[in-house]
Design a binder for this molecule. Structure first.
Ligand SMILES: [Zn+2]
Length: 228
């Protein structure tokens, strides 16, 4: 088998703030953007998700601002991954998962390019902690994710969002490759699949993740697009 390792900075830290899985849209309550427009967009997301039409749910609603739409969804997807991974914290331990792998061919090392420049080989839970902390830092930074209505987004906003999605994908890749049986035994399989499908349809709609990054779950992703 080939070797491919991708070095990236990321992180995550979080405790499970909510037990159990429920509607995909439920995560939106966890990390609030206090912005009327954001709230309205979120209502739109909830309504379209409620209808079960994921392909429709990812589309930019007519007349809405693209960056605002990306921002609201970025928060939602972050919360979803947070919840999903949170259900695995007792299983995804440094002992069980000494490296952040996605199957035998892919291993990720952490660097954020700022505080950690040389990629670190860390356990999967440590990697996810770094990753989620890093994302939370981006979401909390008002110069990147403005919370005031009408405040401008930075010129590089799309690049930041792409990096966030690329990193969130790695958590899915690790969950599917290392913890899928546990997910099945927890009866979270359907929820995981729905979250992932929504995530992939969204990133596809706005070209947020390069194809080569998706390789660890390529077959699964192809199955999502078959019905198209
Ligand atoms: Zn793990």
């Amino acid at each position: 088998m080939g070797q491919e390792s991708t070095h990236i900075p990321a992180q995550e830290k979080y405790t499970l703030r909510e037990q159990g899985m429920s509607a995909v849209s439920q995560s939106s309550a966890l990390f609030g953007i206090v912005c009327a427009q954001g709230a309205q967009l979120r209502k739109h997301i909830d309504a379209t998700l409620g209808s079960g039409n994921l392909r429709e749910a990812v589309r930019l609603p007519p007349g809405e601002d693209l960056f605002e739409w990306l921002a609201v969804n970025t928060v939602d997807f972050f919360n979803q991954v947070n919840l999903l991974f949170g259900t695995l914290t007792e299983f995804c331990t440094p002992e069980n998962c000494p490296t952040m792998s996605a199957g035998p061919k892919y291993e990720y090392r952490w660097a954020d390019g700022v505080q950690i420049k040389k990629p670190l080989e860390v356990s999967a839970p440590k990697y996810v902690e770094y990753l989620m902390d890093w994302i939370e830092g981006q979401l909390d930074d008002e110069s990147i994710f403005p919370q005031k209505l009408g405040a401008p987004f930075p010129l590089n906003f799309r690049d930041v969002v792409r990096t966030i999605f690329k990193r969130l994908f790695r958590v899915y890749a690790h969950i599917y490759h290392s913890h899928f049986q546990k997910i099945v035994s927890l009866k979270e399989e359907a929820h995981l699949n729905t979250c992932f499908k929504h995530f992939i349809l969204f990133t596809h709609e706005f070209s947020l993740i390069d194809k080569k990054e998706l390789a660890p779950l390529q077959e699964l992703i192809e199955s999502i697009f078959v019905p198209y």
